[in-house]
Design a binder for this molecule. Structure first.
Ligand SMILES: *Cc1c(COP(=O)(O)O)cnc(C)c1O
Length: 386
C-alpha cells in the first residue's frame, strides 16, 4: 500500500496534485491512518466514511473530497462543519440543498460538478459509470449552465469526473480528462476560478496472479494519459481518487478448508469463509487467485469449486479451478482481497465478520478483532419489550 501510494505520488510529482484514497475500497482506520500519514487525502462517499477519516485525524478534513449521488442534509452539514476540500456535486438538486445548508451554517463550500463525459470504459457493467445512461454525474453538455447557477451561492472551484472501476487501459482516462480540460477552459471564459481537476479513480489491477503485471508501468501510462490534459487546462491541482490500485493486492482472505466433497463429477472445496466475507466473485463474477498457505504436497493438481457455507449457489470463490490438492484443516489464501473485500462484507447467515491483521515486514498487528455474538445481537430488541 505504501509502495503504491508512492508510485502515484512520484508519477504526478511534475505538477501540483493530491492522491485522495477512495475510502470505500478499504475503510479500516489503521489503513486510513497509514495512508494519511504519508500525505494521502481521501475520497469519501458517505457521512460514515467522513467520520472514519475524522476519527483518525481531524486535520485530514482539508484533504477530503466528498463524492456520491445521494448526500443527505446531515451528511452535507458534517462535511461543511469539517471544512472539507471539495464537494463533488452530482445533481442540481444536491446543489440547491448544499447551498441551503451552507447558508444556514454560514460555511463556504468549494464545489466541483461531477460531469458525465460519455466515455466508454471496458469493465464489468456494474462498475462502469461514465456513460450518459448511468446514474452518476451531470451531462457534460449541460455543465456550463449548471455552473452558472452554482456560482450564485457556492464557490465553483473544480471539475470532477469518474468513469468507472477496474479499467485496464489508460486511454479512456485520457479521453475523459481532455473533455474535462475543455470544459475548464469554457468555465474560465464564464468567469469561474477553477483550481482543481479531479480525475477520479478506477485504475485496474491484474487479478490473475499468474499473469504479468507491472504496477509501476501502469501508473506511468496512467499519468502519461492524464498529465497532458491537466497541464493543458493550466493552473490546476490534479486530484486523483485511486482505491483498488492502492490496496487490493496488499490483502488476502485466509480461509480454512472444512470439507472436500464430491457430487458426481464435481469436487467442492468448502471453506469457512464465504460470500459474506468477500462478495466480489458472486457480485461481479470476479476472479480471485487461490493458493494453499502450506507448500503443496507434490505436483498433482485437482479441479474444484471453492465455495463457502452460505445457503446460496452464488456463494463461491472459484469454479472449476485447478488447484494444488487440499485437505480439511488446511489454510488457503484468496488473493487480492484488500479492496472491496471487508468493506462489502456482511453478517448474512448471521456469520461473524473476520479479524483483520495488518502485516509489515515481520510485524503483524491486529487492526480489527473478530466479531463476536454480542456484536451481532447488540442493535436488536425483542418486540415485546417495546
Ligand atoms: C469507487 C470510486 C473511486 C475508486 O475507484 P477504484 O476503482 O477503487 O479506484 C473513486 N472515485 C469515486 C467517485 C468512486 O465512486
Amino acid at each position: 500500500m505504501q509502495e503504491r501510494l508512492s508510485l502515484f505520488q512520484h508519477a504526478f510529482s511534475v505538477m501540483p496534485h493530491l492522491v485522495c484514497f477512495a475510502v470505500k475500497a478499504n475503510s479500516a482506520l489503521a489503513i486510513l491512518d497509514l495512508l494519511g500519514r504519508r500525505g494521502a487525502g481521501f475520497d469519501v462517499v458517505s457521512g460514515g466514511e467522513l467520520e472514519r477519516v475524522l476519527a483518525v485525524d481531524h486535520r485530514f478534513a482539508e484533504r477530503v473530497v466528498f463524492s456520491g449521488i445521494g448526500k443527505t442534509a446531515p451528511e452535507l452539514d458534517l462535511a461543511l462543519r469539517s471544512e472539507i476540500l471539495l464537494f463533488n456535486v452530482e445533481s442540481e438538486g444536491e446543489l440547491e440543498l448544499l447551498s441551503e445548508r451552507a447558508a444556514k451554517l454560514r460555511k463556504r463550500a468549494r464545489i466541483a460538478l461531477r460531469v458525465n463525459p460519455d466515455v466508454f470504459a471496458e469493465t464489468h457493467p456494474y462498475i462502469s459509470t461514465g456513460l450518459r445512461e448511468h446514474k452518476f454525474g451531470i451531462d457534460i453538455r449541460r455543465a456550463r449552465a449548471v455552473y452558472r447557477k452554482a456560482g450564485k451561492s457556492l464557490e465553483p472551484a473544480g471539475v470532477s469526473v469518474h468513469i468507472g472501476s477496474q479499467i485496464r487501459g489508460a486511454e479512456p482516462f485520457g479521453a475523459a480528462a481532455q473533455r474535462v480540460a475543455a470544459l475548464i477552459a469554457d468555465l474560465r471564459k464564464d468567469g469561474h476560478v477553477i483550481r482543481y481537476m479531479d480525475a477520479g479513480g478506477g485504475l485496474g489491477i491484474e487479478y490473475h496472479a499468474d499473469r504479468p503485471f507491472d504496477p509501476e508501468e501502469k501508473v506511468r501510462e496512467y499519468a502519461a494519459a492524464l498529465i497532458p490534459a491537466a497541464q493543458s487546462a493550466g493552473g490546476v491541482t490534479l486530484l486523483l481518487e485511486p482505491g483498488r490500485f492502492l490496496v487490493a493486492q496488499a490483502g488476502a482472505l485466509l480461509a480454512r478448508v472444512l470439507y472436500v466433497k464430491k457430487n458426481g463429477e464435481k469436487t467442492f472445496v468448502i471453506t469457512d469463509a464465504a460470500m459474506n466475507d468477500l462478495i466480489r466473485p458472486a457480485l461481479y463474477q470476479a476472479y480471485h487467485h487461490i493458493v494453499p498457505v502450506a507448500r503443496p504436497r507434490g505436483k498433482r493438481r485437482i479441479v474444484a469449486d471453492v465455495v463457502g457455507p452460505v445457503c446460496e449457489s452464488g456463494d463461491f470463490f472459484a469454479r472449476d479451478r485447478e488447484l494444488a490438492p487440499v485437505r480439511p484443516g488446511d489454510l488457503v489464501a484468496i488473493l487480492d482481497a484488500g479492496a472491496y473485500g471487508m468493506t462489502l462484507a456482511s453478517n448474512y447467515n448471521s456469520r461473524l465478520r473476520p479479524a483483520e491483521v495488518l502485516v509489515e515486514g515481520r510485524r503483524a498487528r491486529l487492526i480489527r478483532r473478530r466479531e463476536n455474538i454480542d456484536d451481532l445481537l447488540a442493535p436488536e430488541r425483542l418486540s415485546h419489550s417495546l
